[in-house]
Design a protein around this ligand. Sequence first.
Ligand code: C5P
Length: 416
Amino acid sequence: MSDKRILLIIGGGIAAYKSLELIRELSRRGIASRCIVTKGGQEFVTPLSVSALSGEKVFTELFDLDDEADMGHIQLSRSADLVVVCPATADLMAKAAGGLAGDLASTTLLATDKPVLMVPAMNVRMWEHAATQRNVETLRADGVEVMDPDEGAMACGEFGPGRLPEPMAIANRIEAKLSGGAVLYGLDSKPLAGRHVLVTAGPTREPLDPVRFLSNHSSGKQGYAIAGALAKAGARVTLVSGPVSVPVPQNVDLVPIETAREMLDACENALPADVFISVAAVADWRPSRAAAKKMKLKEGEGDPHPTLELSENPDILATLSRKKKRRPDLVIGFAAETHDVEDLAIAKLKRKRCDWIVANDVSGDVMGGAMNQVSLVTRQGIEDRWPRMTKEDVAVRLVARIVEEFDDESDQIAAQ
Ligand code: C5P
């Protein structure tokens, strides 16, 4: 992310101070911010503090001879990879939706040819007002990404949606967009159209008798988020999943299964696929024999401590990876570890013969939680360590990386 830059427009609102935190977080990630502060914005943050944090000249006026001589407003609007409006006030969004160009911020938004991300923050009634909602809809239809505001207590004393999302979440969204995630949010761009992707998710259940089973804590959230992001990117998605309680994303074909052996059969049946992503937490062992009737505790007779005999389950990832015929072009595994995460992932990639491993550190609150911290390991070694982000953002970033891989491949074919 070292050569990326955004143009940050800071609107007038009590949340404007959070844009300073955002600039800091972005710069920590190697993303430079060039800033415009609106008149209203200057009531809450000073151009001097913005300039000190961003390390760059701050722009405030449309008709300023010095500014124009430095960098014309048209040039300014194109000087970054992404334009971010944060906080996006009701007024700024109304101007942008209506195509007004009476000040530097709105002129820049009209003149830019770069993707635009708006991060709204305002009073709940203002956010819910039909005019604001109409403007948001217009902006989205114009291809602008408008983040949903957070819900909670507001500076004005009211409660509801309208709060600025946390700077960390905004930075994640910016990073996802800069790393190619923009294609997924575009309205008509379907970079994976014509590709079939097979995804496994959730836990498996290995029956002991008709009412008991061995299983694990996998929630399915990460796998489902990946399936949803793939479908948004236009792929045909088959999701083979163990029992979970997350909703099935739109345009995804769900194949529900319970045991590891059922999962393997369902995967074999779903081939051929261009990509296989193995996110499921497959039980390594199953009870060697599942009792046909419920096992009973017989007081006073028999063995009070029955032993459980286990058999090894098939390794679905390794089986599909090692296929001579119908091996998917790109096979991606997940490796959840509590220690030596990356070293173990490299060893796992070799052992299972997959192309990439997404290594995640599950020593904290990852299992069942909303956040994830992963590294991408390829056959060449550790490619990237991604910052802690939501499972949705991990999904978008992974899908963007897959799109890149196929783009590179078609470039190579075209060059031959
Ligand atoms: O060996 P370990 O279980 O840590 O490997 C994790 C990866 O292997 C995950 O991608 C998981 O979905 C896959 N796996 C599998 N079948 C198994 C065990 C793991 O597909 N029986």
